[in-house]
Design a binder for this molecule. Sequence first.
Ligand SMILES: NC(=O)c1ccc[n+]([C@@H]2O[C@H](COP(=O)([O-])OP(=O)(O)OC[C@H]3O[C@@H](n4cnc5c(N)ncnc54)[C@H](OP(=O)(O)O)[C@@H]3O)[C@@H](O)[C@H]2O)c1
Length: 294
Amino acid sequence: MKVGFIGLGHMGAGMAANLLRAGHEVTVFNRTRIKADALVANGATVAADIAEACKGDAVFTMLANDPAVEEVAFGPRGILESLAPNAIHVSSSTISVELSERLSFAHADAGQGFVAAPVFGRPDVAAAGDLFVIAAGAPQTVERAAPLLEAIGQRTFVVSEAPNAANLVKLSGNFLLASVIESLGEAMALVDKAGVGKHKYLDLLTSSLFGAPVYKTYGTLIADERFEPAGFAAPLGHKDIRLVLAAAEDLRVPLPLASLLHDRFLALLANCGETLDWSAIGGLAARDAGIASR
Ligand SMILES: NC(=O)c1ccc[n+]([C@@H]2O[C@H](COP(=O)([O-])OP(=O)(O)OC[C@H]3O[C@@H](n4cnc5c(N)ncnc54)[C@H](OP(=O)(O)O)[C@@H]3O)[C@@H](O)[C@H]2O)c1
């Protein structure tokens, strides 16, 4: 297929590379032009602007947050203005349930397709083409986008015909991930202060009752206190907790744990700046306990 890709950050670069690898004709656009160079060297065409990236059968967005997607989609010479009738906008950024709904209505009005396809997996997983894709949209549109989704991930889960359901599921997943990071950080601070080695403790956990990838990945980052360079930056993690709380508020679903996580992210951003990985909230408990090594 002829596909555009807008947003070549930590995640988008690997996803676009896998679309190329799968044999699709890929035109890329990134606000900061230099990030397109590696993809161009591998056969992608670089678009001069957003409109030029919207000339194919579909265009992906993998941008930081709601304001970025809003600008790129609704702005002048943006996706809404530029995409051909029947062409599909595949929205993979983790955005709000509310913006996803607005996008689905706007694309329907313009006679264009819209698939929400947020993903689970960090940048290394994106580069390997092993993401889990949470997709939602009109069945025929999701079916037309399927070869593209297969190129970026190991499995696609279609959760609903309403696109924004995929965004809600994605946000719920990041809420769970942040909960695991926080609780792992607390448990590790506890045993560490008593003199039990963190790596030995993590090995025990992941070899017994907690064998899931999330405990292995984040447990290792916390035990190593390896929060730089960020694979998923803390401000984006904070954004996701804000978005899950907003969705929960609209649905009148109290999420007391998410409220706590919101404050943990604020403490992290206030004390440690904006550049650490979001897993650094797992280091806050050690600081509170007076045992953080830095
Ligand atoms: N990293 C992860 O582990 C992970 C996993 C799953 C989902 N996600 C989600 O995937 C999305 C991208 O994450 P990421 O880690 O790839 O972020 P990132 O490395 O910070 O990349 C963000 C991208 O958005 C672009 N951008 C930001 N503001 C913009 C604006 N106003 N106009 C145009 N472009 C703008 C950036 O362009 P510049 O290069 O010019 O700054 C860059 O291409 C986020 O929604 C995130 O929550 C991330």
